[in-house]
Design a protein around this ligand. Structure first.
Ligand SMILES: [Cu+2]
Length: 660
């Protein structure tokens, strides 16, 4: 009895201390009062059970896209997109090297920012995820049956491809707005002559409704501001796209000061339907360009890269009624449209209030020509005429807003490190919760759609400090999961992420999971170097190139011992995984190979080149543990001196086969 009593006291004291220090940012692991809530229960996904949501969290400077489960925060896969990835041989094998081709040559890195999931009738359909490469402007498409990047298109006339990659409500377009305005056309000119000479390209990339094939339909050449973020209209505002701008001052140095002079910058409203119609009727001008279009084919298991030579450009002043500016205080960053399509939220980074524009008021203002002048011929609507309302004293440094589909909005505040819940229409603040620390984007699954899944919000923080065990000067990047199903938000979980968790897109798991591919059918494999049975495997010399057509199946390679290779030969391994079973990839790597290992899915063919540099007998082996006899899955290559008369030969099923 005495012991129990003592325990009770200790427990009470400890728990109240933990709860109170949660309010002072102590960052202790239980600082949100975990002992007084059932937070752990709410994120617990029992062994063998599945998560409710997929979250696709961009890897920022890692260039990749990571797949997590919610609410558990478990990491399932890192999908290589814009950066080479040794784990998947992405950018190393012959099949995927063309995916990283650009007009600047092979670029093995980019800065991935904003993923967005394809939609039909304004709801997530789970077919593809699009994501932008910010540095060397590109848009990638990831197929959600295979969770592999299947297309990357470069965006010409752009720089810092930031206001991307958001889709319209039937995925008619994925949009890529430039952050930096640049000379158009690119040329050698004094930077001091920026003003009036640089242009900002907003690119509308069409998506084929059947196969998803992307194509730049048109680029709108806007004034030389910085275009920061964007979102599509929906419902009544479908057919419009909204872009936040900063640096309407058109300064070209010390932007920190010089781009904060104007009291208001703009949200640009683009009637893309009107521009599409103009283009379909022969409007716009084809101008020379040079950009790569890279497509990965699921049948040939191989990517091709095509250089495109022109792009259709539209001057917005030539399409009256298509483009307007809505003044928005002050240096707006986020530009978010609510599920109904009526409200456009502009977050002025330096503004005291959150500005919300009304789409219906905007249309009325356009009809009444309620203008406050123009910028380079584009009408500026009067501030009051489009204003729906403002959220007063919301916090410091507003960035991004998402919606729960129940009439509430959630905005992140970078400086005051919090997520604030407020009500659409009344603009009253309902709740605020701390983030740890300096939050950038937040994500509600389905947030950029007509129908958000309003159970959770994920905050993506820029700084982690003391939330985890230290790992040297850099601590893991961090996301935080909040339950938003009730009136008040509740912090449930911290979980580490890969690279910078810049932004994310989430979707109910059952929309995607049921369409997931289990293996590639061997009879559909059209890879030009595929062999579909061990009997077809062979070794072919062609000058100083030797091509090995190899198969793999539990637990051996065919052929396995290859002789007759000479110093100076380039040896191509073309390897087909014959397995027709779920989750049985095999790997292969060769000692001294410059490339990454190959990890080949069932039914797939991949290739790599190995240069024979030294005489000897050199082993290769399977790199992915595949069976009890995985360790026996190996072979040798005998390398003889250049000009030697050792004939090409190999062993197949234990029998020697001579070729020459
Ligand atoms: Cu961003």
């Amino acid at each position: 009895m005495k012991t129990i009593f003592k325990y009770f006291i200790t427990f009470t004291v400890v728990s109240s201390w933990l709860v109170s220090c949660g309010d002072v940012n102590s960052g202790k692991s239980s600082s949100q009062g975990a002992l007084s809530t059932n937070a752990a229960e709410k994120v617990y996904v029992a062994p063998g059970e599945h998560d409710d949501y997929y979250a696709f969290i961009s890897g920022g400077f890692s260039g990749q896209l990571a797949v997590y489960g919610l609410p558990s925060g478990r990491l399932f896969k890192v999908i290589p997109v814009f950066s080479v990835d040794a784990e998947k041989a992405w950018g190393f094998n012959e099949e995927t090297k063309p995916m990283l081709n650009t007009s600047h040559g092979f670029i093995p890195w980019d800065d991935s920012h904003h993923p967005d999931i394809s939609q039909t009738a304004g709801e997530l359909d789970g077919r593809w995820v699009f994501i932008n490469g910010n540095n060397t402007p590109r848009i990638a498409k990831i197929d959600l049956t295979t969770f592999e990047t299947t297309e990357i298109i470069e965006v010409p006339n752009s720089a810092g491809n930031h206001s991307s990659s958001f889709v319209t409500e039937n995925t008619e377009y994925v949009v890529a707005g430039t952050r930096f305005s640049v000379p158009f056309p690119q040329r050698d000119m004094p930077i001091s002559e920026y003003k009036g000479n640089f242009k900002g390209a907003l690119s509308f990339i069409s998506v084929d409704p059947e196969d998803g094939r992307m194509d730049i339909k048109f680029q709108i050449m806007m004034p030389g501001f910085d275009y920061d973020l964007s979102h599509p209209g929906r419902g009544a505002s479908h057919g419009w796209f909204f872009f936040s701008t900063y640096n309407t001052e058109e300064a070209n140095s010390l932007l920190e000061v010089n781009a904060s002079q104007n009291d208001k910058d703009f949200i640009a409203a683009i009637n893309w339907k009107k521009i599409e119609e103009y283009v379909n009727n022969g409007g716009g001008k084809k101008v020379p360009a040079n950009y790569a279009h890279n497509v990965y084919d699921e049948k040939t298991h191989t990517a091709t890269s095509t250089m495109k030579k022109e792009v259709l450009v539209v001057d917005p002043t030539e399409v009256p009624g298509a483009v307007y500016f809505m003044p928005t205080p002050k240096s707006p960053h986020g530009c978010d449209v609510d599920p109904s399509g009526e409200y456009i939220v502009g977050s002025g980074k330096l503004a005291a209030e959150l500005t919300v524009h009304s789409f219906s008021k905007m249309i009325k203002a356009i009809e009444n020509e309620d203008f406050d002048g123009d910028a380079y011929g584009i009408p500026i609507l009067s501030y009051e005429s489009t204003l729906a309302g403002a959220v007063k004293n919301p916090g410091l440094g507003p960035l991004h807003t998402e919606f729960d589909g129940k009439g509430n909005a959630y905005t992140t505040f970078f400086i005051s490190s919090e997520v604030v819940k407020w009500k659409l229409g009344t603009w009253e603040v309902l709740d605020r919760k701390k983030t740890f620390y300096s939050v950038g984007h937040l994500m509600i699954p389905g947030g950029n759609s007509r129908k958000p899944f309003g159970d959770y919000v994920v905050a993506m923080n820029k700084i982690t400090k003391d939330r985890y065990l230290p790992t040297g000067p850099e601590v893991t990047q961090s996301a935080q999961l909040y339950d938003i199903s009730g009136e008040k938000m509740e912090l449930l979980l911290d979980f580490p992420t890969v690279g910078e968790p810049h932004y994310a897109a989430g979707i109910a798991a059952d929309i995607v999971a049921k369409k997931s591919k289990k293996f590639f059918r061997l009879e559909e494999n059209e890879h030009k170097h595929a062999v579909k049975s061990e009997a077809e495997s062979k070794v072919v010399r062609n000058g100083n190139e030797v091509h090995i057509y190899m198969t793999m199946i539990r637990s051996h390679f065919a052929p396995d011992n290859i002789e007759g290779i000479q110093v100076g030969d380039k040896v191509y391994f073309h390897v087909t995984n014959l397995e027709q079973d779920y989750d049985v990839p095999h790997g292969i790597s060769m000692i001294g190979a410059n490339t990454s290992e190959l990890l080949i899915m069932p039914g797939q063919t991949e290739s790599f080149v190995w240069e024979a540099k030294q005489e000897g007998v050199w082993p290769f082996y399977c790199t992915d543990f595949c069976s009890a006899l995985h360790q026996e899955m190996q072979g040798y290559i005998r390398v003889s001196p250049k000009g030697s008369n050792v004939p090409i030969s190999f062993t197949l099923d234990g029998d020697p086969v001579d070729i020459e």
